[in-house]
Design a protein around this ligand. Structure first.
Ligand SMILES: Cc1cc2nc3c(=O)[nH]c(=O)nc-3n(C[C@H](O)[C@H](O)[C@H](O)COP(=O)(O)OP(=O)(O)OC[C@H]3O[C@@H](n4cnc5c(N)ncnc54)[C@H](O)[C@@H]3O)c2cc1C
Ligand SMILES: *[C@@H]1O[C@H](CO)[C@@H](O)[C@H](O)[C@H]1NC(C)=O
Ligand SMILES: *[C@@H]1O[C@H](CO)[C@@H](O)[C@H](O)[C@H]1NC(C)=O
Ligand SMILES: *[C@@H]1O[C@H](CO)[C@@H](O)[C@H](O)[C@H]1NC(C)=O
Ligand SMILES: *[C@@H]1O[C@H](CO)[C@@H](O)[C@H](O)[C@H]1NC(C)=O
Length: 633
């Protein structure tokens, strides 16, 4: 197999030598000033840094990252220490038995792409069209489009997809449509050369339940039983991530791209009320706690992820005035949307036992056999890699729309959403501090616009409401709620502004989410009664035949509140809809080059895991910034 130059580079990077020699860890190693300063060297942030430093060889780019260079093993690799993570526990959620959400994120160069499950799906075209719908007429007038047509080219550009060999595709039934790909960026995805032998059982079960089998689910149409690529290198099967593809693979050729690790972006500071100027960035050394100001000549870009970006803005005095005043922070820009609109994927699971499980080999239990395990370990180090360790968290999932999964109840659920809008009761679902003040009018208008877009989405038989991923047959199936209606918050710890933010998920605060969970649970239960499952002697272990009220209680007991997809906390919406950034990703009211580029900017969470979207948002943002500076220069 031919190994290209960029593959060779990323192999060197895997050994750890290449990036470590170039990374800066002390402010004394920095230049006197930079053109672009990016706070957060994660999935989106490094994508932007790579593109800007390439487009403008004469402009300098600095990335400030809290974590450091670390090796990121795959999500299913031989035992190895994982890279560092941030971990958070939310406040209790009174509507769901006071449960708390446990959430993690990468604290490392490459961010969450270094620690995630490598499940590399994209949302459907309708998910991104809903962003444009929530933006409304004001955004329709913008030249920059964030609907499917506006983002699909960046999905293609952001990744190099390697087609599996024909024999492999035939063996496992992999399908894809190459027209959904075509990029040559050194962020890799492919289908692994291995699947567990019982993977097809679930596939057959879903088929018996009448689901479609799209050939490709990354091209905008994603309803049915899907193959999903893994974000890994096609030869080594090692994790592909932003730190490798957007830093290690390019840094040798980029004299204008600096990465400062082990430093925290504290806040941006405007020179005396001049919001039309570019702010300076205050950073803190983790080594000795000292503070330092970095000057950005052109722009500051905040890419600290959906849970930290709001903290940087709030510490800068950009956020809801009431929250800032309570924290004793002078108000620079009163933007009630900062740290609001928190969304994530959540869900219960259903379970069963197989009394006649059959005899499949290989299945995960074979890894307990020392000979099988030794061969798996050896295979992972071969070129090309082979065997079980080439897997990530799996390559298959169903994505199903509400009309398909609940033909009897979907109309009732959708009319409940419309009723919230027409009865003017949307405010009662928002956090109390967003219900009554002058600023809250914008938050309410934004929430109503989101509800209208969600009603459109949930009524669409081609737009999924439920995801259930799997890798092996197992004894349970998760029911991911793809389009939640409840909205949470990320707030500063007012006594310790540098401490982790306080997350309030407010799960179930809009009870329609529980209706959706119930509909999903009822649908999934039916899989136990398919001919395939009956053939394996499936016996349901949860929830079983229950009355409506009991299913609600089961959902509350069973619910996992976060599938690690927090987002939407600095939403791209008009200011009078509670937005924080416009279609150019500039913070409203901060014309002097302050943008947000990460998973905070999505107004609505798409029906997918987020990393592919994080890369695409980074790519599109970079193009917007490059275009603007080409015109200005
Ligand atoms: C455990 C886990 C599993 C997941 N599984 C999948 C999956 O299988 N498939 C999928 O597609 N998605 C998955 N995701 C989600 C996906 O990886 C993330 O949503 C996405 O990578 C987020 O990108 P981002 O650019 O918004 O933020 P990140 O990539 O998280 O980057 C933010 C960066 O900013 C840094 N930072 C934060 N605050 C500061 C500060 N003040 N100063 C300096 N630096 C700062 C952080 O250390 C981090 O490096 C998973 C996430 C997690 C955590
Ligand atoms: C949740 O916690 C609150 C405060 O401690 C308590 O009043 C309430 O009864 C709890 N609810 C449940 C369902 O446990
Ligand atoms: C950073 O700049 C601000 C505003 O000019 C100033 O108040 C602060 O003292 C500076 N910090 C350092 C460490 O120089
Ligand atoms: C299912 O299997 C588990 C583990 O083998 C067992 O503890 C449980 O009793 C079984 N439940 C049913 C309903 O068969
Ligand atoms: C704020 O941070 C401090 C220090 O880490 C911690 O003791 C305190 O509990 C936090 N406050 C809240 C409300 O979480």
């Amino acid at each position: 197999m031919r190994v290209s130059a960029s593959i060779a580079l990323s192999l060197a990077a895997l050994a750890g030598a290449l990036p470590d020699a170039t990374v800066k860890r002390q402010v004394s190693q920095l230049r006197p000033s930079y053109d672009f300063v990016i706070v957060g060297g994660g999935t989106s942030g490094l994508t932007v840094a790579d593109r800007l430093s390439k487009a403008f060889p004469k402009k300098t780019v600095l990335v400030v990252e809290y974590g450091d260079i670390e090796y990121g093993p795959g999500s299913y690799d031989p035992p190895a220490a994982g890279a560092s993570t941030w971990t958070f526990t939310s406040l209790p959620n009174p509507e769901v038995n006071n449960k708390t959400a446990f959430v993690a994120a990468g604290k490392v160069v490459g961010g969450s792409s270094v620690v995630n499950g490598m499940f590399f799906d994209r949302g459907s075209r309708f998910d991104y069209d809903s962003w444009a719908e929530a933006g409304g007429q004001e955004f329709d007038r913008s030249d920059i489009k964030w609907d499917w047509g506006g983002i699909f080219p960046y999905f293609k550009k952001s990744v190099t997809f390697t087609e599996p060999p024909a024999a492999l595709a035939k063996k496992y039934g992999y399908t894809w449509d190459i027209s959904a790909y075509g990029g040559s960026t050194p962020i890799y995805s492919t289908y692994p050369p291995f699947q567990w032998a019982d993977q097809p059982i679930m596939w057959n079960t879903w088929k018996e339940m009448g689901l479609q089998e799209p050939k490709e689910c990354g091209g905008g149409d994603k309803e049915g039983i899907c193959w999903v690529p893994t974000s890994e290198h096609p030869v080594t099967a090692r994790r592909s991530h932003s730190g490798l593809g957007h830093y290690a693979a390019v840094i040798d050729a980029r004299k204008n791209y600096d990465l400062l690790t082990k430093h925290q972006g504290i806040r941006v500071i405007y020179p005396k009320e001049h919001k039309s100027k570019t702010p300076i960035v205050e950073i803190r050394s983790l080594a000795d706690d000292s503070l330092f100001n970095v000057t950005a000549e052109a722009e500051v870009i905040i890419s600290a992820g959906a849970l930290h970006t709001p903290t940087v803005l709030l510490r800068s005095g950009i956020g809801p005035a009431s929250v800032l005043k309570a924290a004793g922070i002078p108000v620079v820009l009163d933007l009630p949307g900062v740290g609001s609109n928190l969304q994530d994927h959540s869900g219960p699971s259903i379970s069963w036992n197989l009394t006649k499980p059959g005899n499949f080999t290989p299945v995960p239990a074979n890894m307990l056999n020392p000979d099988f395990l030794a061969d798996a370990t050896a295979g992972f180090d071969e070129t090309p890699a082979r065997g079980p360790y080439t897997l990530g968290m799996g390559n298959s999932a169903i994505y199903l729309s509400l009309p398909h999964l609940s033909p009897d109840h979907h109309a009732t659920i959708i009319s409940k959403i419309h009723k919230i809008i027409t009865s003017g009761s949307a405010a009662s679902y928002l956090p109390p501090d967003q219900r009554a003040s002058r600023a809250s009018r914008a938050m309410i208008a934004g929430y109503e616009a989101q509800l209208a877009a969600l009603a459109t989405l949930l009524a669409n038989p081609r737009a999924a409401s439920l995801e259930s991923p799997w890798q092996t047959t197992g004894t349970s199936a998760g029911a991911f709620l793809l389009h939640p209606l409840s909205r949470g918050t990320v707030r500063l710890n007012t006594t310790h502004p540098l401490a982790p933010p306080i997350l309030d998920y407010r799960a179930g605060s809009n009870p329609i989410d529980l209706d959706l969970h119930v509909a999903h649970t009822r649908f999934l239960r039916r899989l136990i009664d398919t001919p395939t499952m009956r053939g394996f002697g499936a016996v349901e272990t949860g929830p079983g035949e229950l009355e409506e009220e009991e299913v609600v209680e089961y959902v509350k007991r069973q619910l996992t509140l976060s599938f690690m997809h927090p987002c939407c906390t600095a939403a791209m919406l008009p200011e009078d809809r509670g937005g924080v950034v416009g279609t150019d990703l500039k913070v409203h009211g901060a014309e002097g080059g302050l943008r947000v580029v990460d998973m905070s900017v999505m107004p609505l969470v798409p029906g997918s895991h987020l990393s592919a979207t994080a890369y695409a948002v980074g790519e599109k943002a970079a193009d917007i910034i490059i275009e603007e500076w080409r015109q200005r220069d």
